[in-house]
Design a binder for this molecule. Structure first.
Ligand SMILES: [Fe+2]
Ligand SMILES: [Fe+2]
Length: 505
């Protein structure tokens, strides 16, 4: 069975203070969306019952209309050349979670957004509950001055600074009410940049005077556990991570793409390395799209979006068809821009080969048992201006912050449109082994608490629009990851055969 996925599921339940029985685990491992079902089981099991039984999983499965076991979910296409039959050892590819959970229901937008934020609060507060640093945890409505020292978990509604002493005042909400707290200037909490709509655990102290706000003495973010099992493939198979192809743009780097295709086919000095690559991941902005920015038409070589996707099909067909190619959309792609974005529709993907997996943005999947979360990265446009010192040239610093918040795009109402949905699909749960983004058109490799962070470059040269916005791209690079060690090599395709670069990480 899928050993690494099994460990991930057990760890996932442990994180939620649940013990999963063996029979329940087997049933979950046979399902095509085990984490979606697991989350539902946890939601329904309540806080008191620590056990997850086979019967509880069966109950959820009997009611859901989601795809069934792996063998059935493959009905849309035959197993690929590298895929073992159902039930065999670790699958080369396994979808764990679609960020996109369907269009909003018939509710009013206000109700739908309220459901979204409740879902976010519930999911992230579950990760914070039970922490030693958050003892005497209380719902906001039940807080009393007589509590002395206590803790709350809240979603940040507002952050402001007092005019004279420059203390911070946070307004946070939970399911029961709203609270203002003071973060004194110079205290550890004041050194953090608190973002709107993130979920925090706050350790509080009440003073003796009734009109004084409770003071924050410590702040806990959901974060990634400091120690955990990291997934590893059982064989030395590699995956190559790319992003931001922008097909249809005049600036698409056709020649460099040719070098990449030559390399992957084993033509040139790195044939042995290429032979070990079975997976390609492309983190969005597959095409340049139309009408994405002012006067884009003059930058387009292909002015018809259907034709742009036909060209995408031809370019992906340049790569060896033994490779599984995972693609997610980005903000230039022809799907609804609100995140999570759905997978590309079938009318645009007819030209893509049977080896191409077309997923939503974000998506979490396992490659040889290694859990990968792929997110295009539109929220960089909101997070970079909001975090002092953050920059498009160092995207992995912002990705660390995403892991600390366990959320890819928390800020509502800015440049990243959020889709109203009953489930917040932008939460990072489980924490992946690899988090890959694009969008910044730069390149970065880093690690955070065992998670490999990749920002996967671009195949578009600098455009006039980017020059105007002072974005200096780092194109034609690829991150090559050995899935058995999570070691990374950076390949630069800017001139013929790839140069292997030394990049920290
Ligand atoms: Fe892009
Ligand atoms: Fe983008």
């Amino acid at each position: 069975m899928a050993g690494n996925l099994r460990e991930h599921l057990v760890a996932y339940f442990q994180q939620h203070q649940k013990i999963v029985e063996a029979g329940a685990l087997e049933l979950l491992l046979d399902h095509s969306h085990p984490l979606v079902v697991s989350r539902e089981v946890i939601d329904r099991s309540g806080e008191v019952n620590p056990f997850v039984t086979r019967e509880m999983v069966e109950n959820v499965l009997s009611e859901e209309g989601s795809p069934g076991p792996v063998a059935r979910s493959r009905g849309d296409r035959p197993p690929g050349p590298n895929e073992p039959p159902p039930g065999a050892a670790t699958l080369p590819f396994r979808l764990i979670q679609d960020g996109y959970s369907g269009p909003p229901t018939g509710e009013t937008p206000l109700l739908a957004y309220s459901a979204l934020f409740h879902s976010r609060f519930r999911s992230l507060s579950r990760l914070l509950r039970g922490r030693p640093g958050l003892d005497n945890l209380r719902p906001i409505r039940e807080l009393r001055m007589s509590d002395g020292a206590c803790s709350v978990i809240g979603m940040v509604r507002d952050v402001r600074e007092t005019p004279q002493r420059h203390h911070l005042i946070l307004t946070v909400d939970d399911d029961t009410g709203s609270l203002e707290v003071l973060v004194p200037k110079g205290s550890p909490g004041a050194r953090l940049t608190v973002l709107p709509d993130e979920v925090l655990g706050l350790r509080l102290e009440f003073g003796k005077e009734a009109k004084r706000l409770p003071r924050v003495v410590a702040v806990e973010r959901p974060d990634v556990p400091p120690t955990r099992n990291v997934g590893r493939a059982r064989r030395p198979i590699r995956a190559i991570f790319l992003s931001d192809l922008h097909l249809g743009s005049r600036s698409f780097l056709s020649e460099n793409w040719g070098h990449l295709a030559d390399f992957l086919h084993g033509r040139g000095p790195h044939g042995e390395m290429a032979a070990s690559i079975d997976h390609v991941v492309v983190a969005g902005d597959l095409v340049d799209g139309i009408g994405i920015y002012p006067r884009q038409e003059k930058d387009l070589a292909i002015g018809d979006v259907v034709e742009q996707y036909a060209e995408l099909g031809r370019r992906l067909a340049d790569l060896p068809d033994r490779m599984t190619i995972v693609v997610i959309p980005g903000n230039h792609d022809a799907v609804c821009p609100a995140e999570p974005q759905p997978a590309l529709p079938t009318n645009l993907t007819r030209g893509l080969g049977p080896n191409v997996r077309i997923l939503s943005n974000p998506s979490t999947f396992a490659l040889e048992g290694v859990v990968v979360s792929a997110y295009h990265g539109r929220s960089f446009d909101d997070l970079i201006p909001a975090i002092p010192g953050a920059s498009y040239s160092r995207p992995t610093e912002v990705m660390k912050r995403m892991l600390q918040m366990r959320h890819l795009a928390p800020i509502y109402g800015d440049r990243t449109p959020l889709a109203p949905s009953g489930r917040d699909g932008l939460i990072l749960d489980p924490a992946p082994d690899i988090l890959v983004t694009g969008h910044s058109h730069t390149y970065g490799v880093d690690r955070y608490r065992g998670v490999l962070l990749l920002n996967a470059s671009t195949w578009q040269a600098e455009t006039e629009y980017q020059r105007m916005r002072n974005i200096i791209p780092v194109p034609a690079r690829a991150a090559l990851v050995d899935l058995s060690t999570l070691g990374v090599q950076t390949l630069d395709f800017s001139a013929g055969d790839p140069q292997v670069l030394e990049v920290a990480g």
